[in-house]
Design a protein around this ligand. Structure first.
Ligand SMILES: C[S@@+](CC[C@H](N)C(=O)[O-])C[C@H]1O[C@@H](n2cnc3c(N)ncnc32)[C@H](O)[C@@H]1O
Length: 310
């Protein structure tokens, strides 16, 4: 599967967006947003996570690694860095990050206790001693100001009603000079072949359901704007893609979307908001099976990335 993965790192493809040198300047801005978090120690989630944690969802999250999902961040990890991974899900990226900071520590947090349980099991399976997990809310992180060198979130901001407030809270717990990093896909930018009107219908439905639950599915293109809105002035924007184009990748990606459409939290939200019937979802699942069984099947997923100097 990794053979088909295409990554375009910021320094090869995407120009930096701030600073004459094109790099993060390492200057903590004097003026910025006020810390949004309140140290309550009591996690609080404002929204239900659109997909839920059905196996069809976790199967896609578990495929993710630090290398295939956080490559833009890896050059900025020093061996002794303290890292917070917010919205860690099943923790495969988190445990990978721990391998890049062998003398540092990594904490993963997620609003869902079941995700945290799975992440703990993953860390134990990989025998990572420098990692721990907690239930927590991105809007109210249970850590003192300036606790981490790196604060990271992968595919989380797109699900939030207020991504700028989340980024501001990530900044609060990041040490001055540290890095707040985030990466999110952009559904409006997905490309696929062969064309199929029912896959176009799936995307339009997905966008409607995501917005009905308070998220923004076309997140990748907005990452820079959200960072600036959070008060960051030293931001490097980059982009990278996932590509699914082998028979195994099609079977995995098409199969999990067919199942998400009919069995996951997404299905319940789509029906609950009156945006689709169960029969519609079955029909759209059929489009995914058709795509997956085509030897010509090709699917590209673009992501926006931001590295923000705290
Ligand atoms: C798409 S998953 C990404 C998981 C992981 N970062 C990855 O890429 O594999 C989004 C995760 O964010 C979590 N989440 C959603 N809202 C959150 C919040 N307010 N605070 C903390 N985590 C949240 C969800 O429970 C879910 O596990």
């Amino acid at each position: 599967m990794l053979s088909a993965l295409v990554r375009t790192y910021y320094d090869k493809v995407t120009p930096a967006v701030s600073g004459d040198s094109g790099g993060l300047r390492g200057i903590r801005p004097d003026a910025g947003v006020r810390p949004a978090g309140i140290m309550t120690g009591m996690p609080e989630t404002r929204q239900a996570y659109l997909h839920g944690h059905h196996d069809s969802v976790l199967r896609s999250h578990r495929w993710r690694t630090a290398e295939n999902s956080a490559g833009y961040l890896l050059p900025f990890l020093t061996p002794a860095a303290d890292v917070l991974d917010v919205g860690c899900g099943p923790g495969t990226i988190t445990t990978g990050l721990a391998g890049h900071v062998p003398s540092g520590r990594v904490i993963g947090i997620d609003a869902a206790a079941e995700a945290v349980d799975g992440a703990r099991a993953e860390a134990a399976r990989q025998n990572r001693p420098n990692i721990s997990f907690q239930v927590g809310d991105i809007y109210r992180l249970g850590f003192a100001d300036a606790s981490f060198d790196v604060v990271h979130a992968h595919q989380v901001l797109q699900h939030l009603a207020d991504p700028a407030a989340a980024l501001a809270e990530m900044r609060r717990v990041c040490r001055p000079g540290g890095v707040v990093a985030a990466r999110d896909g952009d559904y409006g930018g997905f490309l696929w072949y062969p064309g199929d009107p029912e896959l176009a219908e799936w995307r339009a439905l997905y966008q409607r359901v995501a917005r009905a639950t308070g998220g923004e599915p076309d997140a990748g293109r907005r990452m820079l704007a959200w960072a600036r809105s959070a008060g960051f002035t030293d931001v490097r924007a980059s982009a990278s893609v996932w590509l699914f184009a082998t028979a195994d990748e099609r079977y995995w990606w098409g199969g999990l979307w067919a199942q998400r459409l009919t069995e996951s939290g997404f299905a319940d939200h789509a029906v609950g908001h009156g945006l689709a019937t169960r029969a519609d979802l079955q029909r759209l699942a059929g489009a995914w099976h058709r795509w997956a069984s085509s030897d010509d099947g090709w699917f590209l997923i673009p992501h926006g990335e931001i590295l923000c100097r705290a």
